[in-house]
Design a protein around this ligand. Structure first.
Ligand SMILES: NC(=O)C1=CN([C@@H]2O[C@H](COP(=O)(O)OP(=O)(O)OC[C@H]3O[C@@H](n4cnc5c(N)ncnc54)[C@H](O)[C@@H]3O)[C@@H](O)[C@H]2O)C=CC1
Ligand SMILES: O=C(O)[C@H](O)CS(=O)(=O)O
Length: 487
């Protein structure tokens, strides 16, 4: 089934290097499939080392002129790009759902979320301030200026192919950097469409470049290049560690948004209805394929049965199916391998004593679908307690005391997002300060937005995206010392 777009020219399938859409040197291509039904959405150029090298050269050549623009001029380019993203949001959402699978309403939300980062950094571009400072010697004066780090490599995942790329390109360009992007091979079309709109917004050739195809080879060229001064990566912790290691030889600046294992704690004093609503948003957004999804539900004994019953009833309302059906609220996982991984996690839990309370709807479009599943009697010995599920599975663990809940929540190498529900102000502060995570949702299951810093601690990564801190990762502070004032 071909995509019905208002503007079919947004469906780009090639690399974009130095302002030109181009096939792979080898002529090789690969197919992008719709995870809802396995049909082919498009055939895309399969690029490798040589194309990546040219993209880096193009970004390097474009850097001086882009840096020389005033902040106001760079801001205007980002504003124009934002406006085109908004004008074409329906087509962008259709492309996203076709290649990633999420329900259309979620895809539309992602397009607006991605555009909000472009808008935010169009504004922040004009607020990159330096300092003047008291001089320790009468013949000298000191000031600082901030300048873009240079050419930035941006590698993004398949689960939010629009928003994750916008969250990297926007601050990079605002800071005066140029970029070479590599989207996930499962979802390149959303990225290509965004870059087409950037081209239409008048962002000069070479400022944004994008290649997809031979993943490891492309990564190797990006990490080894001396011209690439920074790598920003969103994806799994395993790949993040490898990229971090590969970047060490050229001492690159790094931003890492990696995996998570979010606890969702429900205390006896919680508003249970609110907790269930928050649980549904946090757990089942994108069919559970987000790095900030609730991964472990820790429920205090006094409300355990009430919460399980209410969550089970809410899950039964989910309608599973193809994302382009407006009545559908939960779509497929990205591919059959991902679905098999989730099914294996469920089996491990039940093999070790967990009870599968809610088998959800029987999906008729196997192999990429996993029915929303509730597991009770879960313990820390099971894989679902320790591993990022990345699917619509809600493991419930009972606890007795606040101290036990905090200890269990922190018992993970990850530290991205955490959530808890309580109406006791003293507990809110104790638990908020005691959780070892970069972001904590209190009485809410949704906290991601462009104005708050997004990022993790421990093995969930380093750096922050969005917010007033989001530009820091793309800037170098230069100290200027003016001497000879006594002559
Ligand atoms: N912290 C955050 O904001 C986010 C974290 N994630 C994490 O990402 C994972 C799921 O996304 P995936 O795309 O499957 O992750 P992944 O780590 O397999 O892939 C992410 C990106 O890295 C690329 N990649 C993989 N190996 C590479 C290599 N050797 N060199 C260069 N590029 C390479 C992939 O092609 C893709 O573009 C989950 O663990 C999830 O938690 C995903 C989204 C957001
Ligand atoms: O890729 C992800 O999982 C996103 O970072 C989650 S969010 O920013 O959409 O909350």
């Amino acid at each position: 089934m071909s995509l019905k777009l208002t503007d079919p020219s947004l469906l780009k399938t090639q690399a974009y290097i130095d302002g030109h859409w181009t096939n792979a040197d080898s002529g090789q291509t690969y197919a992008v499939e719709n995870p809802a039904n396995g049909t082919e959405v498009a055939v895309v150029s399969f690029c490798g080392r040589d194309e990546t090298g040219r993209a880096i050269e193009a970004a390097h050549c474009a850097l001086r002129d882009w840096q020389a623009l005033t902040a106001k001029a760079r801001s205007a380019h980002l504003e124009a790009w934002h406006d085109l993203m908004i004008a074409h949001q329906d087509d962008l959402a259709k492309i996203l759902t076709a290649e990633q699978g999420k329900p259309l309403a979620e895809a539309q939300g992602e397009i607006l979320y991605g555009a909000s980062y472009i808008k935010w950094f169009a504004e922040e571009a004009k607020r990159i301030y330096g300092d003047t400072m008291p001089s320790p010697s009468p013949d000298k004066r000191f000031v600082t200026i901030k300048q873009g780090v240079g050419v930035v490599a941006c590698i993004t995942p398949w689960n939010f192919p629009n928003a994750m790329l916008a969250r990297k390109i926007a601050p990079a360009l605002a800071a005066g950097c140029t970029v070479v992007c590599k989207p996930a091979n499962q979802t390149p079309l959303s990225a290509f469409a965004m870059v087409e709109l950037a081209d239409r917004a008048g962002i000069p050739a070479g400022v944004i470049n994008i290649v997809s195809g031979e993943t490891v080879a492309i990564g190797a060229v990006l990490t080894a290049s001396l011209l690439v001064r920074k790598l920003t990566f969103t994806g799994s912790t395993a790949v993040g560690k490898r990229l971090m290691s590969d970047c060490a030889a050229t001492m690159k600046r790094l931003s890492m948004e990696l995996g998570g294992n979010a606890p969702f704690i429900v205390f006896d004093d919680a508003d249970i209805d609110a907790a269930v609503s928050g649980a549904m948003v946090s757990k089942f957004r994108n069919a559970g394929q987000t790095c900030v999804c609730a991964n472990r539900f820790l429920v205090q004994a006094g409300v355990y049965d009430q919460f399980v019953a209410a969550l089970s009833a809410a899950m039964a309302q989910l309608k599973m199916g193809s994302g382009d059906d407006p009545s559908v609220t939960i779509g497929p996982l990205i591919d059959g391998k991902a679905a098999d991984n989730v099914r294996a996690l469920i089996l491990d839990a039940t093999d070790h004593g967990a009870t599968q309370v809610n088998t959800g709807v029987k999906a008729e479009f196997a192999p990429t679908y996993v029915a929303p599943t509730l597991l009770t009697d879960v313990t820390s010995k099971m894989r679902v307690f320790r591993e990022e599920i990345f699917g619509p599975v809600a493991p419930i663990i009972r606890f007795d005391t606040e101290a036990e809940a905090i200890a269990m929540a922190n018992d993970t190498e990850f530290g991205l997002a955490a959530y808890f529900y309580s109406r006791d102000i003293g507990r809110v502060w104790r638990v908020g300060e005691g959780l070892e995570f970069g972001m904590v949702g209190i009485n809410t299951g949704a906290m991601s937005n462009e104005m708050a810093p997004f990022g993790g601690v421990k093995e969930s990564g380093q750096g922050r995206e969005g917010s007033k801190y989001g530009l820091d990762d793309y800037l170098e502070i230069k100290s200027l010392c003016m001497g000879g004032l006594d002559q």
